[in-house]
Design a binder for this molecule. Structure first.
Ligand SMILES: N[C@@H](CCC[C@H](N)C(=O)O)C(=O)O
Length: 270
């Protein structure tokens, strides 16, 4: 089985081209592929399949030829991945399967439109974030209130006073399972200047990662909430680089680098 490897601000993915939807991708195979010692190693898997072969996105197939079948490193399925869809777009363009100007990709979180910027960055229209109220995350016995933001997938974005660099995120922060029965991605951030945040994230299904695109948008929304703003451009610094988030009245945009770094043959099998 052919694979490629890529990342967006060091949120890294194994890409599995499967145009005709022939691959039976079990959770255990995904977990083995993502294992950083016994597999290739990644935060998630992006299966590239024609939308027409996937019943759950049939209504998107007229506008999006390709479906991003996203899986977390533990094999679980997620609705959306902001960095993943940008890396997916890089693959489509480099493989000659999409034109760089503007194209759509089908996801479980709905149709996403992307474009390659003149500087090579990839921008995705992430849709309108939904603010659902507040909840609390707890790290090492410290409770941090935050904003619940739905980006197609669930987020809890917490502005904290303690320096994010000092947090121990080796273990899942505690959260309210009554609010998040399907689990949650938790962002902890320091607001460090006008429209600028330093963010770390503990992702559902993948643990601490060096970046999270949906999380960066959730963080921008929470940072904007603190200052009473609803629109503007935010810079979100993550351990793996820098992402730009634009919030406007009707939608949000995520921009940043997305690169392919390797390709090869996968010898793992069920
Ligand atoms: N890293 C992604 C988010 C991936 C999905 C997430 N772990 C979930 O389970 O919802 C991003 O860049 O958005």
């Amino acid at each position: 089985m052919r694979f490629l490897k890529g990342h967006g601000t060091e949120n890294d993915f194994v890409i599995l081209p499967d145009a005709d939807g022939e691959l039976d991708l079990s959770a255990s195979l995904v977990a083995r592929i993502c294992d950083r010692r016994a597999g290739i190693g990644a935060d998630g898997v992006l299966r590239v399949v024609r939308s027409e072969h996937v019943a759950e996105v049939a209504e998107q197939a007229a506008e999006a030829e390709w479906f991003m079948d996203y899986r977390n490193a533990d094999g679980s399925v997620a609705e959306m991945c902001g960095n993943g869809v940008r890396v997916f777009a890089r693959y489509l363009v480099e493989a000659g399967l999409a034109k760089p100007d503007e194209f759509a990709v089908a996801t479980r979180g709905g149709l996403k439109r992307l474009r390659v910027e003149p500087d090579g960055d990839i921008t995705v229209d992430m849709g309108r974030p939904r603010v659902l109220g507040e909840s609390v995350a707890s790290v090492g016995g410290h409770e941090y209130p935050g904003l619940r933001v739905d980006m197609g997938n669930p987020h809890l974005a917490c502005a904290i006073g303690d320096p994010v660099v000092q947090l121990d995120l080796t273990r899942q922060p505690a959260f309210d399972p009554g609010v998040y029965p399907q689990g949650v991605n938790i962002e902890l951030f320091n607001a460090v200047g006008p429209r600028r945040a330093l963010m770390r994230v503990f992702e559902r299904g993948s643990g601490e990662t060096r970046s999270c695109g949906t999380g960066a948008v959730a963080t921008a929304v929470a940072a904007a909430h603190l200052t009473g703003e609803t629109t503007g451009t935010w810079t979100v610094e993550v351990p793996g680089g820098t992402l730009t988030v634009v919030l406007d009245a009707d939608t949000s945009y995520l921009s940043g680098p997305a690169v392919l770094v390797a390709s090869g043959d996968l010898l793992l099998a069920e």
